[in-house]
Design a protein around this ligand. Structure first.
Ligand code: ZN
Length: 241
């Protein structure tokens, strides 16, 4: 404890430049909206990176100095270079935490880490979402009530084509009747991944206190721990056989 967690908030940052209704909600971009509330939390060092920066802002040096990477993308998943995806993938296997938000479910990096299509149902009707905490002892649920609500959101519905999560923290219910696994934890190599559903670009969801609390909790949960190094290959026995 007491050590600083280095967080990089990555955003595609295209909707905000192209769509006026999105720019109204996130004038400085979704990455800065997320970065700004995380900066108010203790023990975190925040930087941001975006798609149109050289190497998408994710140089090897940046990634080597990132404990937790937060990923928001939607309209330009295919513009993310495969070599950068591989770089992020290898960092996750080596222990970097990854938080994938909302439409990041179809990002190259999430699909590569999951190994499935990661598609889902959706509807943009501004309906209500009730997010139930189904694993109240999980660190990502810290400080939350039994459920919280997002008054206006885009619906995501099952089936969500992911492998069975290692831990499931949230299940959403939507006014239109669908349900969705909204908070999913995965272990890949030494890395931890958290998928969190809320966050459509035209709704002010990242300003909501419960959503911010979940992201902060997830940063702490996905942050690397000082576990033992894995040793592989042929070994001598520890005891006489
Ligand atoms: Zn969306």
């Amino acid at each position: 404890m007491g050590e600083i967690i280095n967080v990089t908030v990555w955003n595609e940052f295209r909707h905000e430049k192209i769509h006026e209704e999105v720019a109204k909600v996130y004038p400085d971009g979704i990455h800065n909206a997320i970065g700004n509330f995380l900066k108010k939390q203790p023990g975190l060092e925040i930087r941001t990176a975006t798609l149109d920066e050289p190497e998408h802002g994710l140089t090897q040096e940046v990634l080597d100095n990132t404990d937790v990477l937060i990923w928001w993308g939607h309209m330009a998943h295919n513009e993310v270079k495969d070599e950068i995806v591989d770089r992020v993938y290898n960092r996750v296997l080596n222990g970097m935490g990854l938080i994938v938000l909302h439409s990041g479910h179809l990002s190259k990096i999430f699909r590569k880490l999951m190994g499935t299509g990661c598609n889902l149902k959706w509807r943009e009707a501004g309906e209500r979402e009730r997010i139930w905490v189904v694993e109240p002892g999980h660190p990502i649920a810290d400080g939350l009530g039994e459920y919280f609500e997002i008054p206006h959101t885009e619906m995501y519905g099952e089936r969500f084509d992911i492998p069975r999560p290692d831990e499931l923290v949230f299940i959403s219910w939507f006014k239109g009747g669908e349900v969705f696994r909204s908070g999913c934890c995965f272990y890949r190599g030494k890395g931890k991944i958290f998928y969190f559903r809320p966050g459509h670009e035209t709704f002010p969801i990242y300003y909501q206190s419960e959503v911010q609390r979940v992201i902060y909790n997830a940063v702490k949960w996905t942050a690397p721990v000082k576990g033992p190094e894995g040793h592989f290959g042929n070994v001598k026995p520890l005891e006489d056989i």
